[in-house]
Design a protein around this ligand. Structure first.
Ligand code: AMP
Length: 396
């Protein structure tokens, strides 16, 4: 039983074919520059890289090439498309309607279109990818897995902003939260690692990548998360500011002469680790500048990042009435022992007994607190594709 997982961006497409018997990835691939000159597909399978450079005018062309690459005589991993039993699509925004993954129907497609105004950069390419797949594989069941769905269990007091209630009712302005598939996957893994039922645990999951968010997962349900109406709220990120006094925005527009578009660009693309350090949005570059060149702004950017994550951990422990386990995942969470240490430093009062030697690890499921620690901390590599494939399998 093989499931193809598709994650479509505006000019790119990531895919993975997963054998659900073993949960092994048979092939992973990335198509870039769709609809632009220089379109390229790179597939990795059986330890080999297969590159196809071919014009792709749209996502249908791209998906055709993906299917060709998967069944390729030399570099492919399956003999025919019949060996793909279902397709799971990652979709960013499911609005308030979808608290779970769903089998694609005409009604679902209509709802996705309706949600597009809430995620104008993300949902439209997701929809294009689904339509392209449906055209090429009309008889293959397809499922959508939403980034927002896991957080639909948040209570009203957590997801509402204290603005006039009509703005929620009429404009749907509220916190939705993102990275839900990752938070769900690592919280389930944490329960499994502890040998406990997730329904008996209070978990704080820290998805720390270029985009970053924290979630409070109580008894298996997300009860709060740091990203909001859009993925701009919350933590300091690679290029995003995270939390900021909303008055700064009106000040920049009214007093400093910026346009709304410029402010949008500053907050989403020029802020965060990049904006503070002035070096890069990539944590590796900023760590290098901080540690090897002792650059103040890079040291500050990393300190601000850790400080904000620590604030959320304290806040989420408070709202859940405690915490049993803290999980680190995604690019930075999995690969920066120093960042994990900065975040957990000084949390002894909460019951976290950090284990510095166990923490010297990258990319592998590891307990990074001492065995006697009341609150456990783990590094757990995320696997959103596997979670999407599992959700898809559940419909077959
Ligand atoms: P993601 O968005 O989850 O792919 O994470 C990307 C981020 O992970 C980038 O900002 C990288 O700088 C960061 N990252 C990857 N490897 C490392 C590493 N070895 N040390 C620190 N940060 C890393």
């Amino acid at each position: 039983m093989n499931i193809l997982v598709i994650n479509c961006g505006s000019s790119s497409l990531k895919y993975q074919l997963i054998d659900m018997k073993t949960e092994d990835s048979l092939a992973t691939g990335l198509v870039e520059r769709i609809g632009i000159e220089g379109s390229i597909l790179t597939q990795k399978a059986n330890g080999e890289k297969y590159v196809v450079e071919s014009p792709m005018k749209d996502h249908t062309d791209a998906i055709k090439l993906v299917l060709d690459a998967l069944v390729n005589d030399v570099h492919g991993v399956i003999k025919s498309m019949d060996e793909i039993q279902a397709v799971g699509h990652r979709v960013v925004h499911g609005g308030e309607k979808y608290a779970k993954s769903v089998l694609i129907t005409d009604q679902v497609m209509k709802d996705l279109e309706d949600c597009a105004k809430l995620a104008p950069l993300h949902n439209p390419p997701n929809i294009i990818g689904i339509n392209a797949c449906k055209a090429l594989m009309p008889n293959t069941p397809m499922v959508v897995v939403f980034d927002t769905a896991f957080h639909q269990t948040m209570p009203e007091k957590a997801y509402l902003y204290a603005i006039p209630y009509e703005l929620y009712e009429e404009k749907h302005i509220r916190k939705y939260g993102f990275h839900g598939t990752s938070h769900r996957y690592v919280s389930l893994k944490a329960a499994e690692a502890l040998g406990k039922d997730i329904k008996d645990l209070k978990i704080i999951t820290c998805h720390l990548g270029n985009g970053a968010s924290v979630a409070a997962v109580k008894n298996g349900e997300s009860v709060d998360t740091s990203m909001g109406f859009t993925p701009l709220e919350g933590l300091v990120m690679g290029t995003r500011t995270g939390n900021i006094d909303a008055a700064v925005i009106t000040y920049l527009i009214k007093e400093a002469g910026y346009t709304a578009e410029q402010v949008d660009e500053i907050l989403n693309k020029k802020s965060g680790i990049l904006g503070v350090s002035g070096v890069s949005s990539d944590f590796r570059d900023v760590e290098d500048a901080a540690w090897n060149r002792n650059e103040h702004r890079s040291i500050l950017a990393l300190d601000m990042f850790a400080y904000r994550v620590k604030q959320y951990i304290g806040s989420y422990a408070a709202i859940m009435g405690g915490v049993d386990v803290i999980v680190f995942t995604a690019g930075v969470g999995e690969n920066s022992p120093e960042m994990r240490e900065s975040i957990l430093e000084g949390l002894d009062f909460l019951g976290v007994q950090f284990d510095a030697s166990a923490n010297k690890v990258r990319g592998k499921l590891t307990e990074i607190t001492k065995p006697e620690s009341k609150v456990k901390a783990f590094l757990i590599p995320t696997n959103e594709e596997l979670m999407i494939a599992k959700d898809t399998l559940a419909f077959l």
